[in-house]
Ligand binder design. Sequence first.
Ligand code: B12
Ligand code: SF4
Length: 491
Amino acid sequence: MKLLLVNPNFNKSSVVVPSLGLGFLATYIKKYTDWMVEVCEPVLQGISMKETLDKVKSADILGLVCYTESRFFCFDFAKRTKKLNPACKIIVGGPHVDILDIKILEHYSFIDIVARSEAEETLLEIIQNKPLEEIQGITFRKNNQIFRNSLRPLIHNLDKLEFDYDLYQPWINNWKDNEVDESLKELKHLPIITSRGCPFSCFFCSAPSHWQFKLRTVSPKRRAQWLKDLTIKYNIGYFRFYDSLFINNEKDIMEFCDILEDMNLKINFRIDIRVGTPRHILQRLKSIGCRIVGFGIESNSDKILIKINKGIDTKTIRETIDDCKKLGLWLIGFFMFSLPGEKLKDIRKTLSIFKYFDVLNIQIFKIHPNTFIYHQLCMDKKIDDEVWFNNNYGYNSEAGNHFFFCRDLFKEAIFSHKEIALIISYAYELRNFQGSFYKISFLKQVPLFIRFIFIKMVLNSVFILKLYNRMLDTLWIKKTKALLRYFKICR
Ligand code: B12
Ligand code: SF4
């Protein structure tokens, strides 16, 4: 019997990281059954939709991970599979389906089961042929009726779960983290996740509810041992942790650092941290190989941070940036533009900190199901569950249209999609200009003595630095205002 697990994303230009959820599921099923299990990541494997469909001909169960961004690819792939192999049972899971389970089954008769939230035990019970009525965490169709079973309680101890990277060989080697400095590029990279959930509740994020508002982390010992085993087995030089909150509590993180140090393991890694992480913790992590930190900042305006329930403030943002810079960490910043209530002056505040980051990731804020903002918009009758099935609403893409928070879709939004897209591209432009100034590396082309005089001048003269910043800022306002005037909405 064969289980095929596919991440149905066929968009070669999207950022493709293997779905780690499928790896956990595959490893679990392989461990507890004698089924043949295959994980398929078309873009990373370099295979087309047609070649992926060839694989479903021999599958007894097809499992698809469904993200909002790739939902139409997912449903289209399921439909084609049912046509090719009607006996194949089709199950979808992942972040997009949690609250849209019933709607999905109503819309798509070719999908048999929707698995909600954590699903290792759920999938095992389906494979073991347990009566569907008795399987927690699923929504299913029987005799043309749809049934939603109760939610499955989460697995208590994450140490119990394993991840067999052999299932991802050899194509996992096609994956590289692009957001690293030159010195890490040549190393072998591996994505890894060692926790599930997040205790915070940013109003645009579905992770807390997907994980039933609980955060679980593997034990410090298991985390360190895992890194050691993977480093030795696959010769990994750089790990990118995808944990939403890698640093959960100080005691655990310090224990992890001590164990890793005792192992004498030479690794490099990136984590995503929260603004406000104490400096001594960052320093300790740096000492055992942390090279890069990512921050979800979203906005540098206190008004907006409160509005999106981010739970951080601009003062702490600056302090954490300073700490990371002093420690020599590489900084990656995640930002969103066109957040509800965000005006040009808020965006300007955000822009003012771009120069501190080595890599910027700026998104137009978009709406996902199962988030606070989504529920709010539903309550206000501005959106409803049907929009996710209608390819004519929002900004079209083959994989699934996007609901950016823009004036074209929501009249209370300040910017149109076109305006905000232009502002973002200009922000990148400005940042590159500022960034190269701050990084000094561009000075490499300048003769040594001029470089020396220049650096000395800059370092000695805070006045010049301020003047330069003021100039950039004025330039930015002028250019942006002109841009907005062009769209006849200067405000
Ligand atoms: C790592 C990560 C990424 C990575 C890799 C994504 C990937 N391929 O896995 C990168 C950086 C590329 C990324 C990008 C984006 N991400 Co992201 N990401 C995450 C993150 C932090 C962890 C995902 C993960 O590995 N979890 C661990 C595994 C074990 O969980 P899992 O995948 O959910 O799988 C479990 C269950 O869902 C279920 N399951 C999953 N698939 C299937 C399939 C079957 C058949 C079954 C039965 C069960 C099942 O069982 C699994 C095991 O229990 C989550 C947040 C989080 N903490 O979960 C956001 C998250 C998944 N991302 C999210 C978003 C919005 C994005 C972006 C749109 C961000 C952006 N604005 O650009 C992009 C676009 C992604 C895309 N192309 O679809 C949202 C998804 C919302 C949604 N409704 O789709 C999440 C939930 C966070 C949030 N902000 O709300 N992301
Ligand atoms: S954005 Fe990050 S911090 Fe906020 S709720 Fe989601 S995972 Fe947690």
